[in-house]
Structures are given as C-alpha cells and as structure tokens.
Design a protein around this ligand. Sequence first.
Ligand SMILES: CC(C)(COP(=O)(O)OP(=O)(O)OC[C@H]1O[C@@H](n2cnc3c(N)ncnc32)[C@H](O)[C@@H]1OP(=O)(O)O)[C@@H](O)C(=O)NCCC(=O)NCCS
Length: 182
Amino acid sequence: MDTFTLKNGKVVSYRKLQKGDEQALARFNDELSEQSRNLFTPHRYDADTLAKVVERAEKGNDLVYVALDGDRVIAYFFLWWYDSPFPVLGIGVLDEYHGQGLGRQIMEKLIEDAKAANCDAIELTTALDNKPAYALYEKVGFKCLGQVDNIAGDGRVIKEWHMYYPIKPNVVPPPRKHCSPV
Ligand SMILES: CC(C)(COP(=O)(O)OP(=O)(O)OC[C@H]1O[C@@H](n2cnc3c(N)ncnc32)[C@H](O)[C@@H]1OP(=O)(O)O)[C@@H](O)C(=O)NCCC(=O)NCCS
C-alpha cells in the first residue's frame, strides 16, 4: 500500500482513482471549506462529469489519485494530459489536514511521476491570492511564467499565476488554453 506520513505521525494511504470512487470524490468536494473550494474547483462533480473523469483516468489520459483516511477521500491530486509532454497539475487537500506536510509529499510524488513518464515540464495555475499554494509550488521547484486567464471547473474565468516545473533543459511550455479536460 502506498502511504504518506503526516507531521503528526498519522499514516494515510493513496491510490489511483477508480470506478466506484465517484461518490467519495463528490463528498470530498462537499467537505472542502468554501474558501478551499473557491481555490480548487477543477471540474463539476455531477454524475456525467465524474464518469468522464474516471474514464480519462482509466484510459491513462490523466494520472489521477486520491489520498484516503479510512474510506474518506482527504486529498485529490492529478496530472491532467499525462499522455502529453506538458501535463497540468492539480492538488486539493481537506482543510483539517492542511499544514501536515501532505501537500509537499503529494507534489513530490507527482513530479516523480512526470519524470518517469519522460514529460518535458509540468504546468499549473493558481489564484493570485493563494499564498500557501504558491509557497508550496516555489518550494518544490516551480517557476512563475506570468498571469493567464484560467477557466475554473465551474465556468468562472479567473486571472491566475501560470507556473511550470522544468524537467527537460531549456523547455518552456507553449501557449495553451487553461481549462479542464472534462
Ligand atoms: C495548498 C495546499 C495543497 C497545501 O497543502 P498542505 O498539505 O497544507 O501543505 P504542506 O503542509 O505540505 O505545506 C507545504 C508548504 O506549503 C506552504 N504552506 C502551507 N500552508 C501555508 C500557509 N497557511 N501559509 C503559507 N504557506 C503555507 C509552506 O511553504 C509549507 O512548507 P513548510 O512545511 O516548510 O512550512 C492546501 O492548502 C490546499 O489544498 N488548499 C486548498 C485548495 C488549494 O488551494 N489547492 C491548490 C489550488 S492551485
């Protein structure tokens, strides 16, 4: 079993998203604070969207994980377009698990996965006022490319920082539309 150890000593497991996780994932979204949900709405959580999320994960288009405390999803994280040179990273952790080193371990795992898949670089966007996330991304080696318009999962268009983690030397991600694959 793959695990992360929190700063308080608690051990939580993680695994790839699979068919049957749809309700637990929707519950994860419901359990986020309003503030966290505003910062992390990668897509809608209706049945049709969740079916597409699972289908893309099972096909290998996206690399999608959940971290679990028992059978409760406490973190949801992924590399969208994992089958391309420039996957897009997303991460959300339930509020009561913040500050325990989980985000950092998740970032390290996703970076390792992108390297293993021989990707050129990892991209992400983050809200201009999301200081905890920005600090985490910088700490693990992401660099800021400037501001872009990001289309959030609920359709809002938000000005965000565009960041990337270089894997191959001298590669900068080409322009793209910043939106969800589902
Ligand atoms: C951003 C997020 C993933 C961080 O996860 P976490 O498990 O709390 O992070 P960690 O405990 O591993 O902290 C890692 C680093 O992040 C930074 N950080 C975390 N919380 C912070 C805070 N409240 N203020 C400033 N920096 C903070 C620190 O640099 C920290 O490093 P340190 O451990 O050396 O102090 C989490 O806060 C979260 O899910 N937030 C809501 C959703 C969200 O914003 N997702 C990202 C959208 S782009």
